[in-house]
Design a protein around this ligand. Structure first.
Ligand code: ZN
Length: 248
């Protein structure tokens, strides 16, 4: 695959989702916002409509349960109910779904298909290939403090966090054969992985949570990366469903 595609996706309801949607717009980057009906925060209908007018809205269930740990009939209601709810709010078809906590199995995938979605996003990272299974649409990179979180400096479990963070990303970094400088910080990792996709072709799929942009103060990091990846003639900027539709 020689084409270069950039897409982003954002999970969970949060008061800052609208700010994030506007930031993406500013750089002409597309994103899909996966929302629940209620989970800690109920996004007002007009905010959902505003996000939907400039970016894509996807379903993240009604109440964010672990779908593999509830009954199939409850899971069906969470999936289909989430679609019905958002479609009523935005007045158009909702094509994409994302699995809360990234948890799914074959039965859950089948329920998502049965509900009429085009595809579903996972939380698998360091994938840049064309999606073979639309109901396992993987990502490339999560925006999250790397290799350390700011609070870790004072944290009792410092070594443990560093270890987890490296283990969590090391095989992916090796798989893409990224340069050593990507271990410096998240921005380097983001730039290196984007450069890799530009060179080889593929999909660069960034995902994250507004809640973590706030919690770990990552807005500046994100904006630096949006600037870095924006306005490239050879790149297609798509929402999640546009990526899948491109491969139909
Ligand atoms: Zn979530």
């Amino acid at each position: 695959m020689n084409k270069i595609i950039v897409t982003t996706s954002w999970d969970d309801n949060h008061p800052q989702n609208l700010k994030l949607a506007k930031l993406l717009n500013q750089y002409n980057i597309k994103g899909t916002f996966y929302l629940t009906k209620f989970n800690q925060y109920e996004t007002p209908a007009r905010e959902i409509q505003e996000i939907s007018s400039c970016q894509e809205v996807g379903v993240h269930t009604l109440t964010h349960p672990k779908l593999t740990e509830i009954s199939l009939s409850e899971a069906r209601e969470e999936i289909k109910g989430g679609k019905d709810y958002l479609e009523k709010v935005v007045g158009k078809e909702i094509k994409m779904f994302s699995y809360p906590y990234g948890l799914f199995n074959q039965e859950i995938k089948d329920l998502v298909k049965e509900a009429g979605f085009l595809g579903a996003r996972t939380i698998e990272k360091f994938v840049i290939l064309e999606p073979r299974d639309f109901f396992e649409f993987d990502t490339t990179l999560q925006i999250y403090p790397f290799p350390l979180r700011k609070r870790d400096a004072k944290h009792f479990h410092l070594t443990r966090h560093l270890f987890d963070s490296l283990i969590n990303n090391f095989s992916g970094i090796r798989k893409l054969n990224l340069p050593l400088k990507c271990f410096l910080n998240w921005r380097s990792l983001a730039k290196s992985s984007f450069d890799f996709v530009v060179k080889k072709g593929g999909i660069w799929h960034l995902w994250g949570h507004s809640a973590e942009l706030e919690k770990y103060n990552l807005w500046q990091d994100l904006e630096e990366i949006l600037k870095y990846i924006a306005d490239k003639k050879e790149v297609l900027y798509f929402t999640n469903s546009q990526v899948l539709e491109y491969f139909i």
